[in-house]
Design a protein around this ligand. Structure first.
Ligand SMILES: C[S@@+](CC[C@H](N)C(=O)[O-])C[C@H]1O[C@@H](n2cnc3c(N)ncnc32)[C@H](O)[C@@H]1O
Length: 339
């Protein structure tokens, strides 16, 4: 996935005159903090340099994951046309750019962010950009109330992992109250990220939410109930470590800029961003029979899809030419798509 040209231009403008070596150093330190899932009371992005490093090495990936999640929402709810949005832990405004790309009727957004450096960076990116009217506020969403009328679209992308586990349920309740229609939560596609998504999904279903995506049902997650995944670590719900051999995640291919490659000392012109997400709504979605939850395995005349199904089951299914049209659809299906 490529960034929208206006966002690419805004990032290039922000990075003009910066030395690749300095960005690489800041990016390496930032990546290490994210990998460690460090929660030491410091914000990961605290300075202008941190924010620019994020634009270089993380924003393309988080944008792609959020935009892909929005595409699943749009498919589950073709009638959904949000005009107001709330993005919490907005960083440089990633979700605002992705929402404007997916739903051009979006007119007004409120962005809450703890880091003044990140907020300033996001406001600079958005200046003169083809975006909805946006209000940015510095806020600690772990504790602060969320004021104002509920908004059509609420997003929390790559933020849960930065909050202390005991803060998460109350924040999710506040977000559900602040949500007039659809709420999206995205996390890194690791076992720990998926566990945070599962815990959020359970809490929101209990609060009355309908699940839009990726799950084609609101039953308990079938992967979480595989015998080998029923570890004590999983049952505690919020615990960040897991021995789970399987977890629900997706991948999106992201183009790397020249600076991105330099900062990561990478040769490839792309990377695969793995992410987990859940989208819930106050309104029921269009029924989906199943979702493809792993990369399809194709061989001559056969394709095996790993499916999560409407009845709450999950497993592999083989399709061959004998399945006619269904085979053709299965052959064309990709990881993450509704089937
Ligand atoms: C990994 S960044 C994600 C940024 C953006 N949502 C994205 O997807 O690119 C996590 C963001 O959450 C913010 N954050 C973390 N804890 C927060 C808190 N207690 N209140 C508000 N924002 C917070 C961080 O400052 C950072 O901007």
């Amino acid at each position: 996935m490529e960034l929208p040209p206006a966002l690419r231009t805004a990032i290039d403008r922000a990075l003009t005159g910066r030395r690749a070596a300095d960005l690489a150093k800041a990016a390496a330190a930032l990546s290490q903090r994210y990998r460690d899932e460090r929660r030491d009371g410091r914000l990961h992005v605290d300075t202008d340099e941190d924010a620019l490093a994020y634009l270089t090495v993380r924003l393309p990936a988080t944008y792609a994951a959020v935009r892909a999640s929005f595409a699943s929402i749009a498919q589950a709810r073709p009638d959904f046309a949000p005009t107001t949005a709330l993005d919490v832990g907005s960083g440089p405004g990633t979700a605002l750019w992705a929402a404007a790309d997916c739903w051009p009727a979006l007119a007004d957004a409120l962005l809450l962010e703890a880091s003044p450096a990140f907020r300033a960076c996001g406001e600079a990116l958005a200046r003169d950009a083809p975006l909805p009217r946006a209000t940015w506020r510095t806020a600690d969403v772990a504790t602060d109330a969320i004021d104002g009328e509920p908004r059509d679209l609420v997003t929390l992308a790559y933020v849960l992992n930065e909050l202390a586990p005991e803060m998460r349920p109350a924040l999710l309740q506040r977000l559900w109250q602040a949500n007039a229609d659809t709420l999206l939560i995205v996390e890194p596609g690791t076992p720990a990220g998926w566990q945070r998504i599962i815990a959020a999904r359970t809490l929101l279903i209990e609060a009355g939410a309908h699940v839009l995506a990726p799950c084609p049902h609101a039953h308990a997650c079938p992967l979480a109930h595989l015998p080998e995944n029923r570890t004590p670590a999983f049952r505690k719900g919020h615990v960040a470590t897991s021995t789970a051999p399987d977890w629900c995640h997706f991948a999106v291919r992201v183009a790397r800029s020249r600076l991105h490659r330099l900062a990561k000392e990478a040769e490839l012109s792309w990377e695969d961003e793995k992410f987990s997400y859940v989208a819930v709504s106050r309104r029921p979605p269009r029924a989906t029979a199943a979702r493809v939850i792993a990369r399809p395995r194709r061989a001559s005349g056969r394709v095996t899809l790993k499916l999560c199904r409407h009845d709450g089951s999950a497993g592999e299914q083989l399709f061959s030419r004998r399945d006619g049209q269904t085979f053709k659809r299965a052959w064309r299906s990709d990881w993450g798509e509704a089937f």
